[in-house]
Write a protein that binds this ligand. Sequence first.
Ligand code: HEM
Length: 342
Amino acid sequence: MARLPEAAIFLVATVNTDAEEAVWDFLSGITGLIRSVASRVPDSRLRCVVGIGSDVWDRLFTGPRPARLAPFIALQGAVHTAPATDGDLLFHIRARTMDACFEMATQITNALQGAVTVVDEVHGFRLFDMRSMVGFVDGTENPAGPAAERAVTVRPDDDPDFAGGSYVLIQKYLHNMTAWNAAGTDEQERVFGRTKWDNIEMDDDTKPSNSHTALTVIEDDNGEQVQIMRDNMPFGRVGQDEFGTYFLGYSAGPEVTDEMLRNMFIGKPEGNYDRLLDFSTAVTGSRYFAPTIDFLDDPPALPAVDNETNEPETITTDVDPSMGSLRIGDLSRRRQLTTEEK
Ligand code: HEM
């Protein structure tokens, strides 16, 4: 498994009215900005992925749009809800150290001042042993190497204009640690379907059907497991009794995380929802498309604005709204909006 970063900042912003040109200019220069910051902190392995939301896509770019980019639709299960919240732009900033993340976030917000409104900002940290906020090792079953690239990047035969990009789903969760701690280790292990201390997966006969790992393992029509790349981070403020997990998942198609979320919130079969949700509340949810560096360095033109209506003249929306979305990138440096020291 690839070594995950120690620190991250997740910035979610909406694009202000009439600020499209400023945002377009910024995005077309962001790879240079990342290089500037990264070269000042060369040991930080600084990376920054930019995600662009469905609603803002046509405000920023003419031409085709990612085939399956659609807004995240809230999910209402019998007991738990996955809300859909605002977000046009996602900046997933990660590094070995928080100073590099913070500097990157500062440069981004300075450059976009007046053009965007930051609607959510979370500073995540890596817990010892790669453990999540709830004490279980997180990221074990993430794909690696070529399997990771397959899992998260759009294939050329799937959507040629956006090959190499990735769909991204984010959700901010808050944990009820009092209830979680009171549940005890045996019950917690049944929640995840893995042992807590040594991180061993339960066998199929023992693993409860409402455990997190039973419901998030999904297969394609050929019975092959379909994977995503998760880059979750714990966050919190002890004085506020805030203990959270920032879930971030990259995938080659939005339908993958949609299915996982349906299993978690609606249940599989319906009603058999993810027991982790009894201790964890989703408070945000949005999805994005993270284009390649090549796309950002040379983006399609900004739509012309009709001065009378103030609306972009070109709107191309050929999207099935029932599709969900996500995708990530820790893969090909050439294709991702990431920069790291070498
Ligand atoms: C409160 C939020 C969450 C926490 C604390 C959490 C934590 C974990 C942990 C500890 C594991 C087991 C070890 C591992 O393979 O990483 C795991 C597995 C996994 N989670 Fe989550 N997760 C959360 C939300 C989500 C969401 C929202 C999704 C999908 C939309 C998801 C998808 C997965 C997948 C695909 C696996 C691997 C299953 C396997 O192959 O065994 N998780 N998660």
